[in-house]
Ligand binder design. Structure first.
Ligand SMILES: [Zn+2]
Length: 307
């Protein structure tokens, strides 16, 4: 979702719901210089908010369902690294840390990664080959997702030397519950010491029905299954629409993850390392045009499951 294109009602809701954080920050002088912070690009709305978005998208879709190109770059590859940020990761003993590493390792060259391969930008074409550098645990107190600046600052703090080619993608998994925020995650872009970086923010989604793919496979804990699904959404969007002025999104501002959010074309998707995930599909202009995709929540058959 492009930040500027958020429907007014939703924007007001999100800002309103997040105001306990925002209200405090507006009194801080720091916030005044944060106006030029990177925009939030790929908001992954919770199920409730998505339903409202679908109504808006349905009207817009009558003009054109497909995404169009907006002149920017794409990610030809991604060098991924996970950052687990928050005090409670110090004593965490569940499956999320190892599971997320497995997820990113298996994403590279998966059929799921290939669902974004048709898109091109000024710097070339999205490619399915990605590499994963593992994870970092930072047990300092995490910041929420109301603004991008603290998340970018965290990335630059724990990744002193980001991928010099500018293909770094740093996924920040906090230990903070979503509360009343209307979104599960978002992606954005910025620079660390002059090097372009892509990054994403994730709430802790344990027991959060609004951001839960309802994976019944028993392969993963519910909390891992939830951040894995959202991770597919954000990484796919970052690869096809990483930064301003933007690359691929539709007339409502929806990126390829948004257009297929909360719809699943297969019970489980198998990644290149054999790991399996319940994960939403991604929008393909080609599949929509050919009528070969599965239907999104607005009934448009342009989603590819990547199974
Ligand atoms: Zn999104």
């Amino acid at each position: 979702m492009k930040w500027f294109a958020i429907p007014v009602v939703l924007f007001a809701s999100v800002v309103g719901l997040a105001q306990s954080d925002a209200a405090r920050e507006t009194t801080s002088p720091e916030n005044l210089v944060n106006r030029q912070e990177p925009p939030i690009l790929g908001i992954h709305w919770s199920r409730d908010f998505q339903a409202t978005r679908d109504f808006q998208a349905l009207r817009a879709a009558r003009a054109s369902a497909n995404m169009t190109y907006h002149g920017g770059k794409i990610m030809t590859t991604a060098v991924t690294e996970a950052i687990f940020w928050g005090t409670t990761w110090a004593t965490y003993s569940g499956d999320k840390i190892s599971g997320i590493d497995t997820w990113y390792l298996g994403f590279g060259n998966s059929n799921y990664a290939k669902t974004s391969d048709e898109y091109t930008g000024t710097n070339g074409q999205v490619g399915a080959a990605t590499s994963h550098l593992g994870h970092i645990i930072d047990t300092s107190k995490a910041s929420g997702g109301a603004t991008t600046s603290p998340i970018l600052a965290e990335v630059c703090k724990v990744i002193p030397n980001p991928d010099p080619s500018g293909n770094g993608y740093y996924a920040v998994y906090t230990d903070l519950p979503r509360g009343n925020a209307g979104y599960c995650a978002w992606h954005s872009a910025g620079t660390c010491k002059g090097v372009p970086v892509q990054f994403a923010f994730f709430w802790k989604l344990d027991g959060d029905a609004g951001c839960d793919p309802a994976d019944t496979s028993n392969l993963h804990s519910q909390g891992l299954a939830a951040i894995a699904n959202v991770s597919g959404h954000e990484l796919s969007e970052a690869r096809t629409d990483p930064t301003t002025p933007g690359a691929w999104y539709d007339s409502t501002g929806a990126e390829n993850g948004d257009k297929c959010a909360w719809t699943f074309g297969a019970p489980l998707v198998t990644f290149s390392n054999g790991s399996q995930w319940k994960i939403q599909g991604e929008w393909s202009n080609a599949a929509y045009t050919a009528g070969t995709g599965y239907a999104n929540s607005s009934g448009q058959k342009g989603c590819l499951s990547g199974k």
